[in-house]
Design a protein around this ligand. Structure first.
Ligand SMILES: [Zn+2]
Length: 171
């Protein structure tokens, strides 16, 4: 199989409810995703897929839904959530709701589902996606890795679980 990879970048804010450290605070990232597509044979112009098609289809989806807005967890009890949602909607940037914590892992799983659906008509396979939350931290989805279903977030009212260690991770 031959593959090609298109990098896409966007800016968004989030927080990780019940995070043990500073990621529970509102903050932003310059996200990047590397979309790798594969095909058994190249097209008649020597490509797996034109990079511009990935940018147009997947990048277009990202621009519309994830860029310059907030990626929020449904049921996040933070009092700022409805204010952020209303403020962004007024600015023409509706927030993006996720059923699970908006971590790099859950974002890449979400993006994999989207990219597979959007690129299906082209006939190429989405082989893998690496999503960078910071220059040093990323999560990867691979077509062969199952399951890709995201973990459902616990009820917002549940008490935070005690941390198994004294480590205070920071994403
Ligand atoms: Zn973060």
């Amino acid at each position: 199989m031959l593959t090609c990879t298109r990098r896409l970048e966007w800016d968004a804010m989030h927080r990780i409810p019940r995070h043990e450290s500073k990621c529970a605070a509102w903050h932003g990232h310059r996200y990047a995703a590397e979309i790798t597509c594969g095909a058994e044979a190249l097209d008649d112009r020597g490509r797996v897929i034109d990079f511009g098609v990935i940018k147009q289809l997947v990048g277009g989806w990202i621009d519309e839904r994830w860029d310059h807005t907030a990626i929020l967890m449904e049921g996040d009890p933070d009092p700022a959530v409805p204010i952020i949602a209303a403020s962004n909607a007024a600015a023409g940037r509706p927030v993006y709701w996720m059923a699970a914590h908006p971590t790099a892992e859950n974002l890449v799983a979400e993006l994999a589902r989207v990219a597979q659906r959007l690129l299906a008509p082209t006939g190429v396979r989405v082989v893998s996606i690496r999503l960078w939350e910071t220059p040093n931290g990323s999560a990867e989805w691979r077509a062969s890795s199952e399951p890709t279903a995201i973990a459902k977030a616990p009820a917002a009212t549940s008490a935070p679980k005690p941390s198994p260690t004294s480590i205070r991770p920071s994403r």
